[in-house]
Design a protein around this ligand. Structure first.
Ligand code: PSU
Ligand code: MN
Length: 324
């Protein structure tokens, strides 16, 4: 189908939210849709590698049978399902700011443009009625959190969004055990799909275990629906690691990270700037090996999210039929 300019969905304020026509149609018909964040575009790889990767991610979601819906803020409106032109604009302008949940209202009212993080993308997914979201690495509890109090707004948003988040664990520079502790306190289920260990984005394992493991996507879909059936309006995390052959041994990531953290301290980088700063520094230190890993994990995670969205649609349709 031809992608046209964004349109609005019933019930949504058109001044606030514009949903791409293809996405709106799929949602209306109960077909699988996967929401995606956009901060990785201006703040991840350089242009035009970032643009190519964004297109490949969309293709991976489609190949799994789902419709991709990338979220961004454009000229004071939340766009769900960015067009090719939007993507080009985001990919070629590294000055587009990172917009987290705390920034949303200010950017919207100011007519601004911004790249959404996991947290603000989930707000948009909820508004549009999208139940599946995908990102390679979620934000989490930072390693210096006992001093800096730096805990990603992604985690807090999981306590508010009724969305299944398909990911390859938390970003490598975070503290995986503390991130899982935080999620447990908040009552967020974390399910390993065909894996025992909580993945670490670039690496197959973070060294800590997923609290649950299920090897069948339909089973995970049923668990997510049952979680929501109880009235619990929180996210469900589905984790699956990078392909073994493309993963970077955690010792190598750790060595690069130690160096990057020293540089960040020297340069006084803190707050929202720290995540993109460290990711870039790790990529430089590993001579681009992380860029290849990044590509691999982004594509495999979004492909899996597409497959999961298909299973979730089937589960929801089956429930409707049996009137449960
Ligand atoms: N990838 C990047 N840069 C980023 C992110 C991903 O190259 O800034 C974003 C993700 O969208 C994630 C966020 O939600 O980083 C977490 O950042 P923080 O730790 O500041 O909450
Ligand atoms: Mn932070």
């Amino acid at each position: 189908m031809l992608r046209t300019t964004p349109t609005t969905v019933a019930g949504a304020d058109p001044a606030l939210l514009a949903v791409d026509e293809e996405v709106a149609e799929a949602l209306h018909e109960g077909r699988p849709v996967v929401a995606l964040e956009s901060s990785v575009i201006p703040h991840g790889l350089p242009y035009p590698a970032n643009l190519d990767l964004a297109h490949d991610i969309d293709a991976a979601v489609r190949a799994s049978g789902a419709v991709p819906a990338r979220v961004g803020i454009l000229d004071g409106r939340i766009v769900v399902g960015m067009s090719k032109e939007h993507l080009e604009r985001f990919a070629s302008d590294p000055g587009i700011p990172k917009v987290s949940t705390r920034d949303l209202g200010i950017v919207l009212a100011g007519g601004g443009t911004g790249a959404t993080t996991v947290s603000s993308s989930l707000v948009a997914a909820d508004l549009a009625g999208i139940r599946v979201f995908s990102v390679a690495g979620i934000g989490g509890v930072h390693r210096d959190a006992p001093h800096s109090f730096d805990i990603s707004a992604d985690l807090v948003q999981f306590t508010r969004s009724r969305t299944a988040v398909v990911c390859a664990g938390a970003k490598s520079m975070l503290h995986p055990a503390w991130t899982l502790e935080w999620l447990e306190t908040a009552g967020i289920p974390v399910i390993g799909y065909r894996c025992d260990e909580f993945p670490a984005y670039f690496s197959v394992s973070s060294g800590v275990r997923n609290p649950h493991r299920l090897d069948d996507l339909r089973q995970i879909a049923a668990a997510a629906v049952a979680h929501w059936d109880t009235g619990t309006a929180t996210s469900v995390l589905v984790t699956h690691p990078i392909a073994e052959a493309d993963g970077i041994p955690s010792e190598d990531v750790e060595a690069a990270l130690a160096e990057a953290t020293t540089l960040a301290e020297r340069d006084g980088v803190t707050g929202p700037a720290i995540t993109p700063y460290l990711l870039k520094a790790i990529a430089r230190a590993t001579e681009g090996r992380t860029s290849a890993a990044n590509r691999s994990v982004l594509l495999s995670t979004t492909a899996l999210a597409g497959e999961f969205a298909v299973q979730l649609s089937l589960e929801l349709a089956a429930r409707e039929e049996t009137g449960r």
